[in-house]
Design a protein around this ligand. Structure first.
Ligand code: AMP
Length: 189
């Protein structure tokens, strides 16, 4: 079984590439952003709490996210593989993921980083905002999310590098080129 973390800033193409990898390999996909938006849509208590953070471009507290992640994972497994998209976003989340998988006799097989320049991220997210209907795809919140990424999430690149499983892939070019670069890493695992 493969556990893959697809990693990158907001707008780096994690969701798009996850969909392609799901089609190709039959993996399950856990997008914590999608899980939270589902909770908001259903008007749950969790959704109400999450909405304030999401609309402000801030991260939901780790303790809450870790519980959601474990129950989502258990609802999908056993399976051939899982793609974690949007999780982990902090070092405590990465440590919790490592422990959660170890408790289930498995581990993260690879962290796949999509590397995209900041200007490109901003223009992609502004464009996405025209059709996504996402309250957080506006210029002010985009800037906040990119700052949160830089301060809280990007240190995970060093963290996974020290685990020996960080693979960086150029996240610009055609969808097919980016997918091929990811597949090359996955097929060599
Ligand atoms: P995304 O769809 O991955 O861009 O996530 C949208 C928003 O959901 C983020 O800006 C956060 O507010 C929240 N979120 C998603 N995943 C996480 C996570 N792993 N930890 C904390 N907050 C998260």
């Amino acid at each position: 079984m493969k556990n893959l973390v697809i990693f990158g800033a907001p707008g780096s193409g994690k969701g798009t590439q996850s969909d392609l990898l799901v089609k190709r390999y039959g993996f399950k996909h856990i997008s914590t952003g999608d899980v939270l938006r589902g909770e908001i849509k259903n008007g749950t208590e969790l959704g109400k709490t999450a909405k304030n953070y999401i609309d402000n471009g801030q991260l939901i507290p780790d303790s809450l996210m870790i519980d959601i992640l474990a129950s989502t994972y258990d609802s999908l497994c056993p399976c051939d593989g899982v793609i974690f998209d949007g999780f982990p976003r902090t070092i405590p989340q990465a440590e919790a993921l490592k422990k959660m998988l170890a408790d289930r006799n498995t581990e993260v097989s690879a962290m796949l980083e999509l590397d995209v320049p900041k200007e490109e991220l901003i223009s992609r997210l502004i464009n996405r905002g025209k059709t996504s209907g996402r309250a957080d795809d506006n210029e002010e919140t985009i800037q906040k999310r990119l700052t949160v990424y830089k301060n809280q999430t990007s240190p995970l690149i060093d963290w996974y590098t020290s685990e020996g499983i960080c693979h960086s892939v150029k996240g610009i070019g055609s969808l097919e080129e980016i997918e091929a670069a990811l597949c090359k890493v996955i097929d060599e695992l």
